[in-house]
Ligand binder design. Sequence first.
Ligand SMILES: [Cu+2]
Length: 522
Amino acid sequence: MQSSQIHRSTSAAPGAAHLVLDRRTFIGGLGSATAMIVLPSLSPRRATAAPEDWTVLRITEGEIDVNGKKGQAYALQQADGTPGYVGTKGQRFKVALQNHTREPVAIHWHGILLPNGQDGVPYVTQGPIKPGEERRYDFPIVQAGTFWLHSHFGLQEQPMMTAPLILKDPADPHHGEQNVVMMLNDFTVRDPADILAELQGKALKAGPGGTMQMPGGTGKPMPGIATGGKTPGMDKADLSDVTYDALLANRRTLADPEVERVRPGHTVRLRLIAGGSGTNFFIDTGTLDAQAIAVDGEDIVPFAGRRFELAVAQRLDLRISIPAGEAAYPILVQGEGTDLQTGLVLATPNAAVPALSPKADAVAGALTNAQELRLRAARPLPAKSVDRTLQVALNGDMAKYIWALNGQSWPNITPLEVKQGERVEIVFTNPTGMSHPMHLHGHVFQVTEIDGTPLSGARRDTVLVTPRQTVKVQFDAAYPGYWMLHCHLLYHQAAGMQTVLKYVGFEDANYNPQASRAEFTR
Ligand SMILES: [Cu+2]
């Protein structure tokens, strides 16, 4: 029996304590024959447990079996097995995060407005959390909606160091409504480090294509093929550069999907989270009419539909009225550029659950962002003139698999600067052949223009920018710090497609991008 020490460091709460933990192994199921998980675990021997109003979140590592294929899988759970975190607007987010894995970790609270030092980005806002270490987070919850949490360290997001983060509002008139969380992941049996190496190696063999000018960067031409001109055989790679073995909903497949029992005549709030590392999704509610009511945790003017787009890292809340009578209603999710699908089933108490195929009838095309043009914020930003415009060009060198913003590849970046109090506009331009879901930490922005069409668009934290598209967003600079701005395709991010938004005058000794190279060395 191994033992390891949990020692506590703190992002907010003072004081230090020690937990001594035993490492043991147990086999636990997720209630599914197709998704059995094996987790090494640590259990407290000498408890110096967090106070009662703290939520202990344990990060553990293990393996998941998906239809006979085994792959690495992390879990992020509370002591009772609940994945992720559920909190309440107006209360405090008090989380004791314990690293029970053998790797350093860092967890980002995606979409959450919080003090910069608790944002969970290694070498930017904090040091990594070492194996056996506990780190505490404590800040007021000012939002309500569907969020998520995920590793921001190395490639840990791919083996599902991901979980839901749900914030509820007791003042919401629908507060008592049935909630169904649908955490979506893309699954591979492969080591993500091998995937990244192969992307970089394979691309090298393909040789350079054309030449691309990187606006706003060094001014030097950078070889690449991602300027929109199609290279034969590259069409599939333009949709997704990683081939997955399966798509998962709440870590299950359609061979044995989660079945949520619902009541005829009642409404359900379905909270969808696109937690994959490289897959944009189409959501299909089948015969059920749905009202989209929120994106990225922010209310929108509701609009009806049965098919929706959901880009990597985005969230979508659907309100669904369950018709009278007994029936089962599959909610299906297909990946962009693939025939893989996943989902869960809403079923009335006595309805039989139909057999469902993990493959769709046809390969799905690309997300178009047409939906984004239809979204309207329920609470738009107050009218104000723009004080500062930041140009952010999305660039890539497919030949070397180097991705960049304004021609700069992480960690060799110059931070974008804003001043507190400014109304800031970001103009995303995408000359590449791929779509990029662009995420800004610590802020909620509003989509204000797509390809020249002004709109009072959704407020959100992640916006998809499709090939050759220009998307403008605005936000008020109210949260001093170093905030990551990056493509949320994990392998693009790892290949450099990230930068920092820095508030003028803000300094933090943790900020050391060059040190982040340690994330990719073992
Ligand atoms: Cu990207």
